[in-house]
Design a protein around this ligand. Structure first.
Ligand SMILES: [Zn+2]
Length: 166
């Protein structure tokens, strides 16, 4: 996973094959202008080394990439004159990842710009609280004991202050 991947457009860019408009560079990460921007100022933050998806990334590198996002975000917003920002990772083909070299989108947004991240999902039906609690319990179990996650699913105590919609 650490070698440049053949047929990876981002590895090609990182290794000098092709034009790229860099806006940040350090020993682990690059940031450059997306060539299909949602709005002017759309930036991609990528690791220098080839990792495909979120779960392939070493945690320290994932944190570093988000540090870069945190530094760039307000600057990109100001320079592009945006009113807000979407920070988006599409991890895996099912999630809409198109280039399989992990990348974080910084997308400057303006009201009425026509781009749409459809959250909350309009077709969503609110699950009942038992289903939400059960899924939360499965996640907690998997975090504690990944091997036993599928065999036990204790229901945690729910706080009485929980809001109905969260
Ligand atoms: Zn790559």
């Amino acid at each position: 996973m650490h070698r440049p991947e053949a047929h990876c457009p981002f590895c090609d860019l990182i290794h000098g094959a092709g034009e790229v408009s860099l806006c940040h560079e350090d020993s682990e990460a690059l940031a450059f202008m997306d060539i299909q921007p949602v709005n002017s100022g759309h930036v991609l933050v990528v690791p220098r080394r080839h990792y495909e998806s979120l779960e392939d990334l070493p945690p320290d590198l994932g944190r570093h990439l988000f540090d870069v996002v945190m530094k760039l975000g307000p600057v990109v917003r100001d320079v592009s004159g945006a009113e807000g920002m979407n920070i988006i990772v599409n991890s895996g083909a099912a999630a809409g990842q198109d280039i399989f070299h992990y990348h974080i989108h910084l997308i400057p947004r303006r009201a009425g710009d026509g781009f749409d991240v459809r959250l909350p999902f309009p077709e969503s039906a609110m699950p009942d609280r038992q289903r939400l609690d059960a899924m939360a319990a499965r996640i907690i179990a998997a975090m504690t004991d990944p091997a036993g996650a599928t065999t036990r699913a204790a229901i945690p105590q729910r706080r009485s202050t929980d809001r109905a919609t969260v």
